[in-house]
Write a protein that binds this ligand. Structure first.
Ligand code: THU
Length: 139
């Protein structure tokens, strides 16, 4: 699965975006270690806090299917320019690996890639919780 192919899957997933409030459509497609692709779109809710981003839709589909080995996630919107994942999605993607590759495409389908740790430096993670537990045991 090339980055271009993964972007095409994200573009196709964007068609399912349920975004009646913002009209901002987002599509995502992630690749797992065994080559499976999971797609996602944003799903909005009249009670706005219930909205789920495309990236998290794809992640939750994969993880709830037993696939946590996430290698890459492609993200597209209708913007001319690249669309980066929001802060909440960065945290959720990072939960499954700071080495996950973020694959972005603009309207011309020019691709840029980043590693998760580049776009979420100095992150809070499960390691911090482990350290805290250890301190509590020792103290
Ligand atoms: N959105 C995403 O799906 N992913 C992002 O990374 C940015 C924001 C969605 C959430 C909401 O439905 C709409 O875009 C506007 O914020």
């Amino acid at each position: 699965m090339t980055d271009q192919e993964l972007i095409e899957k994200a573009i196709a997933a964007k068609e399912y975006a349920y975004a009646p409030y913002s009209n901002f459509r987002v599509g995502a497609a992630l690749l797992t270690g065994d080559g499976t692709v999971y797609t996602g779109c944003n799903i909005e809710c009249a009670s706005y806090g219930g909205t789920n981003c495309a990236e998290r839709t794809a992640i939750f589909k994969a993880v709830s299917d037993g696939k946590k080995d996430i290698k890459k996630i492609a993200i597209v919107s209708d913007l001319e320019d690249y669309t980066f994942p929001c802060g909440i999605c960065r945290q959720v993607i990072n939960e499954f690996g700071s080495e996950i590759e973020i694959v972005l495409a603009n309207k011309e389908k020019e691709i840029k890639t980043f590693r998760m740790e580049e776009i979420l430096p100095y992150s809070f993670s499960g390691n911090d919780l482990e350290k805290n537990k250890k301190n509590q045991k020792e103290g």
